[in-house]
Design a protein around this ligand. Structure first.
Ligand SMILES: Cc1cc2nc3c(=O)[nH]c(=O)nc-3n(C[C@H](O)[C@H](O)[C@H](O)COP(=O)(O)OP(=O)(O)OC[C@H]3O[C@@H](n4cnc5c(N)ncnc54)[C@H](O)[C@@H]3O)c2cc1C
Ligand SMILES: CC(C)=CCC/C(C)=C/CC/C(C)=C/CSC[C@H](N)C(=O)O
Length: 409
């Protein structure tokens, strides 16, 4: 499928999506297996889940349609002082209520079948957030949007978006680790005083102190994730204690053991993207054949027996587990992330405004963590900090923006 909006403003191009076929494994057998034939898939979906797939598509489309309102509001420079008010502007009370209910409760209430939630929705939550269907309904909806076949990535790697934007913005990047932020008062000759924030950081060239008018934090401030200290603030700026989900990504170059997934050798199924249901005996959440971020012209899911596989699991894989999953392998590399919040509704969002002119982009991760969410929140903070600095209150936390825009145009 053609990407919807290629990221060409900074000279990047979309990477062609891989055509892997998804199978859903419940620890004993595949409960659903995608076919390369469209018609067969439609028949299977209808046979196993009735109209649930179609209804899910429509449910997610409706939410995404409301989500997209934010881009229009931001084009007209509207901003929000809390994550709750930003979500409210997008989707009204439905969206804020999503933070207080689980995705399974919401989908059950909307009439989706128990089997569909267990066999289709749960695997989507388990691959994207390593959590089940007890996560909040908003992140649940984002996670379902993340299963859309129209998603794309950037040729050369998504990280090129960050380097491209940094270059295009002409920003002065100081490479280092911020250690503390402190408010400082400077007296002017006129007798007036000015307040600044002193940001202390450790860089390759040693310790640095720089004074700023506005500070924007773009990293989670949770204990164990960021070591930024906020010194001498009264009242103090809080550290957030709610936990983040550990996700281990392991890349293995090897030959998959199809019999582990209940397909005796020689296995006729083209296994390349395996999701899982909520079975406590499973030690992996998903396994997928991956391709290099630079296209080689080959489709990883179709090439030889020896592929690079990516496993998501909550704990590092042991040697025994690797031997169960692979007939043979010759390279393994793994990385443990504190990846995204452990969602546990009802949920109160951390503030966006931490102090007069200190802003926190990662508040939005508690609604849903995804690259697009961070981008929306970053733009909101840019607008909000500008409007608060210049006293443009009419662009902050406005109700009925759609109506206002109609009368303004
Ligand atoms: C394995 C995995 C796969 C994912 N896949 C997807 C996906 O396909 N699509 C998607 O949309 N999202 C995906 N996500 C989620 C996505 O990565 C996050 O939502 C996103 O990275 C959040 O962006 P951020 O800028 O808020 O935080 P981060 O990306 O976490 O950036 C924070 C940065 O701040 C730096 N930092 C921390 N403390 C300090 C300090 N004191 N001083 C200086 N720098 C500091 C960190 O080093 C880090 O570089 C995935 C996450 C994981 C873990
Ligand atoms: C914010 C909106 C509207 C959409 C984002 C949808 C999206 C891409 C969600 C996924 C977020 C996430 C944390 C993914 C992690 S795993 C990625 C993928 N499933 C994979 O297997 O590589």
């Amino acid at each position: 499928e053609e990407p919807r909006s290629p990221p060409n403003k900074i000279g990047l191009s979309p990477r062609s999506p891989s055509n892997s076929l998804v199978g859903i494994y419940n620890g004993e057998q595949f409960v659903f297996q995608e076919s390369e034939w469209f018609l067969i898939n439609v028949i299977k979906m209808l046979w196993q889940y009735g109209l649930n797939f179609l209804r899910m598509y429509m449910w997610v489309e409706d939410i995404m349609h409301k989500f997209m309102r934010i881009y229009r509001y931001q084009t007209f420079e509207y901003s929000f002082s809390s994550t709750e008010s930003l979500l409210h502007a997008m989707g009204g009370r439905d969206f804020t209520a999503f933070l207080n209910t689980t995705i399974s409760e919401t989908l059950e209430k909307a009439g989706f079948s128990h089997r569909f939630i267990e066999e289709i929705v749960t695997p989507a939550m388990r691959v994207n957030y390593l959590q089940g269907v007890k996560i909040n309904s908003f992140v649940g909806a984002v996670s379902l949007a993340g299963t859309d076949s129209g998603l794309w990535s950037v040729e050369g790697g998504n990280k090129l978006v960050c380097t491209g934007l940094l270059y295009a913005s002409n920003a002065n990047l100081i490479r280092g680790t911020v250690t503390s932020v402190q408010e400082k008062t400077r007296s002017l000759k006129s007798g007036d005083t000015l307040k600044f924030y002193e940001v202390n950081s450790e860089t390759d060239n040693g310790s640095q102190q720089v004074l700023y008018d506005i500070v924007i934090i773009a990293a989670p401030l949770n204990k164990g994730l960021s070591s930024i200290k906020f010194l001498n603030f009264d009242p103090p700026i809080e550290t957030f204690f709610k936990p983040y989900q550990q996700t281990v990504t392991t890349f293995i170059h090897g030959q998959l053991n199809a019999s582990f997934f209940g397909c005796p050798e020689p296995c006729s199924n083209e296994l390349s993207d395996i999701l899982t249901t909520d079975n406590p005996n499973l030690f992996i959440n998903s396994i997928r054949a991956v391709s290099p971020v630079k296209s080689t012209g080959e489709d990883a899911s179709k090439s030889t027996d020896l592929k690079v596989w990516r496993v998501f699991s909550p704990e590092p894989l042991t040697k025994d587990q690797l031997h169960l999953l692979f007939k043979s392998y010759h390279a393994v590399s793994s990385k443990t992330w504190l990846a995204y919040p452990r969602y546990n509704p009802p949920e109160k969002m951390p503030p966006i405004i931490l102090h007069n002119r200190i802003y926190y982009i990662n508040s939005i991760e508690w609604a849903a963590s995804a690259m697009e969410m961070s981008a929306v929140s970053a733009k909101n903070v840019a607008l909000l900090s500008h409007h608060r600095w210049y006293g443009k209150d009419q662009k902050i936390d406005q109700e009925n923006i759609s109506e206002k825009l109609k009368s303004e145009l």
